[in-house]
Design a protein around this ligand. Structure first.
Ligand SMILES: Cc1cc2nc3c(=O)[nH]c(=O)nc-3n(C[C@H](O)[C@H](O)[C@H](O)COP(=O)(O)OP(=O)(O)OC[C@H]3O[C@@H](n4cnc5c(N)ncnc54)[C@H](O)[C@@H]3O)c2cc1C
Length: 521
């Protein structure tokens, strides 16, 4: 992942790309990996940083979706369970097997959920992650010592996957590059180029230098999440909206709220949704909400009522009621939900399946979907790219294709460096060559100084925020700690990139402004 080399390729203009993908979230990166691995000349453009949008703000589950089973969306559950299994096999350094317990307070709860989850296990078939089982009250308390015990009758244990979404995104970008594709962050698409009424490329602006580009391609894919309608309107200003944004927030709490390995799943909150409390990087992520919003922002902010709802609901299932001051970080993300044909359906009822829209101009747009199903979404899109671009037909190989860094012997639940996979040793080796980056940047969050250097050299990190929010997860885990780290990260980056004091000062200021949105006042 080398920004200046990619810029050179774009400037040279000799290479007409087979496909340009707009958007560097789960969807776009998945498509870039699929297209590059089939040998097509692939370029991905992201206006901000990779996974800056929704893809760094998920609940971090690689799941079939117990809720979709409740809703009867069997097709989506089958597809997601298969993809869960493939993701687990192809990226064992990034995805772990996570046990979930549904605590039951009704007499019928344990048997009801156990039967449903046995069906979930059966649907996963050979790609299952473990058998669901009924737990007695005592077994539930043993597995979840901090669960609310008053009225508890028992529980059901089941298994799903868990991952680090932003690290997965970077690993996909690296995989794309491993296969000869090109990815570029901070490059915003500003328009579509047309030839004889057909889309034949994009105009784009480097957000760092201001340089403008005109880039030709046989096919252009719009994978911009909640922003897909902006691109569709570049193609056809009269086109109706295809998506609606729905906000989901998460609170991050200290490990003491759920000290054991299992996560908690609440199948029916007071607003009729599910809620999770999941161990993640030695913290607990609690979420989520489903709030229809009108603004499509890159940096959405949690609403007070969403925070209160999660604190209250978590308190009903945990022995200790979490308070606002216990929240280490709060983050919000927007779901690019496919707009339903009929009006009046609540957001929680809208299917999370993906939808591909083919415009008469040849523009391919993909909306909806899940992180878990990114690979299948990409396969479906690239099949369309082949037809639209008249490309030589080549088979998809991503179902059994290892993700960059593939390594089986690292456990992401105990090793903070596990998500780097094979790169872990290279990062640690930096510390031998550069004594000044030996040791921890944050012992509390187990982040090493060498990770900052690696992020700049190998992972296209351009800003302090890139490092603290997405190459490491400091901002998402503990906003205050990340604010404390920002000046040192700026210093390390400035030394590496030969940048001056003014750059450092503006970076720290910009980071602090963003981080303020992750703090609860
Ligand atoms: C609260 C919440 C929890 C979730 N939890 C889970 C979960 O646990 N498991 C799961 O499987 N799924 C989960 N999802 C769903 C999953 O996160 C999303 O489906 C996925 O991240 C969407 O990815 P995307 O690439 O489509 O969108 P995004 O990640 O938003 O990416 C779109 C990108 O396009 C870029 N872009 C926009 N305009 C331009 C332009 N003009 N030029 C260049 N780039 C542009 C944006 O900057 C952005 O980075 C969750 C979603 C939410 C909101």
């Amino acid at each position: 992942m080398n920004r200046s080399q990619t810029l050179k390729k774009i400037r040279r203009k000799v290479k007409i790309w087979d496909v340009i993908i707009i958007g560097g979230g789960a969807t776009g990166l998945g498509i870039a990996v699929d297209a590059a691995s089939r040998g097509y000349k692939t370029l991905l453009l992201e206006q901000s940083d990779f996974s800056k949008g929704t893809s760094s703000r998920s609940t971090k589950l690689v799941h079939g979706g117990v809720r979709y089973l409740q809703q009867g969306d069997i097709g989506l559950v089958f597809e997601a369970l298969k993809e869960r299994g493939l993701m687990f096999k192809n990226a064992p350094h990034l995805v772990t097997n996570q046990s979930f317990i549904i605590p039951s307070y009704e007499w019928w709860g344990t048997s009801f959920y156990t039967v449903g989850l046995k069906l979930y296990d059966m649907m996963a078939g050979k790609l299952g992650l473990g058998t669901s089982m009924m737990l007695s009250r005592e077994e539930t308390i043993e597995a979840l010592p901090t669960v609310q015990q008053a009225g508890l009758r028992g529980g059901t244990i089941y298994h799903d996957g868990q991952f680090d979404d932003a690290r997965m995104a970077i690993s996909l970008a690296l995989t794309c590059v491993d296969y000869g594709g090109s990815v570029l962050n901070y490059c915003k698409v500003t328009g579509l180029i047309r030839e004889k009424e057909m889309v034949a490329g994009v105009t784009a602006v480097d957000q760092i230098s201001g340089e403008e580009f005109s880039i030709s391609a046989k096919v252009v894919v719009n994978a911009t999440g909640v922003f897909v309608d902006d691109i569709i309107k570049m193609d056809d200003p009269q086109a109706p909206d295809t998506t609606i944004p729905s906000q989901g927030i998460h609170l991050v709490l200290g490990k003491e709220f759920l000290p054991n390995k299992s996560a908690v799943m609440v199948p029916n909150t007071s607003d009729g949704r599910v809620m999770f409390a999941v161990p993640w990087h030695n913290h607990i992520v609690v979420g989520t909400t489903d709030t229809l919003v009108s603004d499509r922002l890159l940096e959405p902010v949690a609403l007070d009522e969403e925070v209160s709802f999660l604190l209250t609901t978590a308190g009903q299932y945990l022995a200790k009621q979490p308070q606002k001051e216990d929240v280490l970080s709060v983050f919000a993300g927007l779901r690019p939900l496919a707009k339903p044909e009929e009006d009046g359906r609540s957001t929680k009822e809208i299917s999370r399946s993906h939808r591909i829209i083919l415009s008469l101009s040849g523009l391919i747009t993909i909306t909806g979907g899940k992180w878990t199903t990114y690979r299948k979404m990409a396969e479906d899109v690239v099949e369309k790219v082949i037809v639209m671009g008249g490309l030589p037909d080549r088979e998809c190989i991503t179902d059994h294709m290892p993700i960059h860094g593939f390594r089986m012997d690292l456990d992401p639940t105990t090793d903070p460096m596990a998500p780097y996979g094979l790169d872990k040793e290279n990062i640690l080796a930096l510390e031998e060559d550069m004594p000044e980056v030996q040791g921890f940047l944050s012992e509390k969050l187990q982040i090493r100084k060498s990770q900052v250097i690696w992020a700049v050299r190998e992972e296209m990190a351009m800003t302090v925020e890139d490092v603290l929010a997405r190459r490491t997860r400091a901002l998402f885990l503990d906003a205050r700690e990340s604010i404390r780290l920002a000046p040192e990260v700026a210093e390390l980056m400035a030394n590496e990139l030969k940048l001056d004091d003014a750059w450092k000062a503006s970076q720290v200021k910009e980071f602090n402004e963003v981080a303020a949105g992750y703090l609860i006042a």
